[in-house]
Design a protein around this ligand. Structure first.
Ligand code: OOG
Ligand code: NI
Length: 382
């Protein structure tokens, strides 16, 4: 007995130590999230004051760039190392996204004050499916060779140099402009300046930042817990270009590995708020807007997974070129998992999490992704 006792006490601390380290990393990720997202914090406070149960998270979510080791695996490895199991894959062809979810290890004493661990939902942008062409948005004056100026008029004739075409093309643009001005003002002398095209390529912008982070992908969990980007801040124009093609890409460029959302498990609450429809009403009554994409309540085809979410908060972001603008940050989600048909006769007190609908649903998720979209955010400001 003595031997087995001492064996137990040798084992217990190592397991507890491991779990407590995991929980402390997780708590820091959550702290960064709550500090940055006043809506998420206020929603949790409101739910806590109306329902005196310990709030359980159904899941937490992250976004990543699916390129050169920066995708799902980069942040998943931390959860896998701490006992999580990889589950199903979800595909979002229109958004060019893929996601995986991970189930938590079972915790020996879930009610010992610490509560069960949440599922983890991680998505990635399929970067190689982004438009590969370099797109030109305009011209920037490189060097002005001469200028026509009179009291009434100030004209510069542009000699345009395109990086992709030899100077012949540039010269012809210059000539066209010259002819045009010559017709307007016959005395007009050709005046030249050199323009540089403003060109961008979505894939290259993403790779520029992920590559510049060095081995940042190996430290995704650390970055998330510290609330730091592993790459430098982008130019404002780069953020805008990405947003034009993929709002997800733009979000990930400025938020990196920060928690995208946590989800309150509504069926584990005690009050009437355990019903997600009541919770939605409660949230709206308290002045918060819910993501209305495809209707506020998202229901899986089997009717057993019900989800809703707030519209993301925005945060003021200083881009590397000095431009400061507000960018979308994170949101908070709600999920109610109903009891599976085979357990429908179980007395309510006996129902446990594994008796309920598990996993995620592409149709629901597709709409929840919109919680950070410009459309939902501007609807909010209106
Ligand atoms: C994830 C959206 C999907 C869910 O629970 O289905 C989702 C995201 O916005 O990154 O959270
Ligand atoms: Ni979610």
């Amino acid at each position: 007995i003595t031997a087995s006792k001492s064996h137990d006490s040798n084992m217990a601390p190592s397991f507890q130590g491991r779990e407590s380290f995991f929980r402390s990393v997780f708590a820091n990720m959550e702290k960064v999230y709550l500090d940055r997202n006043p809506t998420a914090k206020a929603v949790l406070d409101h739910v806590r004051s109306a329902d005196d149960s310990q709030i359980c998270y159904d899941h937490i979510a992250f976004r990543t760039f699916g390129v050169n080791g920066y995708g799902i695996d980069s942040i998943a490895s931390f959860f896998l190392d701490y006992g999580y199991t990889q589950k199903e894959e979800l595909r979002f062809p229109a958004k060019k996204l893929k996601a995986l979810w991970f189930s938590p290890p079972s915790v020996p004493h879930p009610d010992g004050g610490s509560g069960p661990l949440p599922r983890v939902f991680i998505s990635e942008l399929l970067v190689d499916q982004m438009s590969p062409q370099t797109q030109t948005t305009g011209f920037k004056v490189l060097k002005s060779l001469s200028k026509y100026e009179s009291k009434e008029l100030s004209i510069v004739l542009f000699l345009v140099s395109l990086p992709t075409t030899p100077s012949g093309r540039a010269d012809s643009i210059g000539r066209v402009l010259f002819l045009h001005f010559h017709l307007l003002i016959p005395s007009y002398e050709p005046i030249y300046c050199i323009l540089e095209t403003v060109a961008f390529n979505i894939q290259e912008i993403i790779k520029k930042y992920t590559e510049a982070s060095g081995s940042g992908n190996k430290h995704a969990a650390l970055a998330s817990a510290l609330g730091s980007l592993t790459w430098g801040k982008p130019l404002h124009s780069e953020f805008q270009q990405l947003a034009r093609e993929s709002e997800y890409a733009a979000w990930t460029l400025v938020n990196g590995y920060a928690v995208n959302h946590v989800t309150i498990s509504t069926h584990r609450l005690k009050s009437h708020l355990k019903n997600i429809k009541s919770l939605n009403e409660f949230i709206e009554e308290n002045g918060f807007r819910l993501n209305s994409e495809g209707g506020v309540l998202k229901v899986s085809p089997d009717g057993l997974l019900l989800q809703s979410s707030t519209v993301a908060d925005s945060i003021s972001f200083k881009f590397s070129d000095g431009v400061t603008e507000s960018v979308p940050c994170s949101y908070i989600e709600f999920a109610e998992r109903l009891v599976l048909p085979q357990y429908k006769n179980l007395p309510e007190k006996e129902v446990q999490e594994f008796h309920r609908r598990d996993g995620f649903e592409v149709g629901n998720a597709d709409k929840i992704f919109e919680s950070t979209s410009k459309e939902q955010l501007t609807r909010r400001a209106a």
